[in-house]
Ligand binder design. Sequence first.
Ligand SMILES: NC(=O)c1ccc[n+]([C@@H]2O[C@H](COP(=O)([O-])OP(=O)(O)OC[C@H]3O[C@@H](n4cnc5c(N)ncnc54)[C@H](O)[C@@H]3O)[C@@H](O)[C@H]2O)c1
Length: 317
Amino acid sequence: MAKILVTGAAGFIGSHTVDCLLGEGHAVVGVDNFRTGRRENLASALRSAAFALHELDVAEPGALAKLIAAEKPAAIIHLAALVSVQESIANPALNFSLNIAASQLVAEAARLHGVGRVVFASSAAIYGDAAERPIRESAEKLPVSPYGAAKLASEALLLGHGAAYGFTVRCQRYFNVFGPRQDPSSPYSGVISIFARSYREGKSVVIFGDGRQTRDFIAVRDVARANVLAATRPGVTSGVANICTGRATSLLDLAALFASHPPGSPPPTHRPARTGDIVHSLGDPTAATAALGFTAQVTVAEGLHELINGPAIPALS
Ligand SMILES: NC(=O)c1ccc[n+]([C@@H]2O[C@H](COP(=O)([O-])OP(=O)(O)OC[C@H]3O[C@@H](n4cnc5c(N)ncnc54)[C@H](O)[C@@H]3O)[C@@H](O)[C@H]2O)c1
């Protein structure tokens, strides 16, 4: 079993990744500055002797390198980031610091302290409004936000360092991730977390446009498993892969799935389409299967059931 360092450990994807690593018997060093993450997300992990949590800012030069020098992890899963596209547009300098400069610090720390593998949280946002569907990794990359641009730049930075200094880099291009612990408080949160809150409050869900727009929704439990495979599977080599299901779900389908759960919900409210919203987003998942042996297993219907009724599998204790 290996020691894995996870940045952004207290976040949505980070905390599920930590739980999955611990569940497979690995030792985990978690790093977070609680910018958007919450200690409660790690309630289960904090009960494990194999987990240690460090509060630090990955964008502060030297801070992460010092911890990596002391802990000597076999791999780093780098998830800490400024995660909102809109915030990256409002504050591009902060986006540069958290989403590019911090990636350079991760690459440097890996090089200096002999870390064998770096797994990076990239995003479908690097493709922008890609014309092809489903989107393959070779699709043209025309990011339409500082956030998407930073993810693309960080992929290149990390892959270049890995090739030059001999460590493996896996760039995971997540599509629309959903599941428990996703924070619905921001208006830009994942649509499923926003729909889930409306459902719990007995309110009508709001759909911008006709609701026929589609997304490739992937359950956070699957994303966590893909991260663990990328960090720990023997024989994995450097590369990029979409982390997606290859299945499209429309917002109308989503609203119908929520409505089918007791006690149901009022019909959706339609508002005018928002300018700039991508109409369709669908990934081709085959590269992740080839490189990592990963295939998404949780359907949107199963994932929603878990979100509403709690996990079908026992939580880690
Ligand atoms: N959720 C999605 O659908 C999605 C899609 C594509 C990519 N991603 C990427 O996945 C990663 C995780 O996203 P998430 O949805 O779990 O968001 P999140 O906000 O829940 O998690 C991000 C975590 O990073 C921490 N963090 C931020 N800046 C930090 C810093 N400077 N130092 C230390 N910790 C810091 C936050 O406190 C938080 O715990 C991000 O890199 C994000 O860009 C997410």
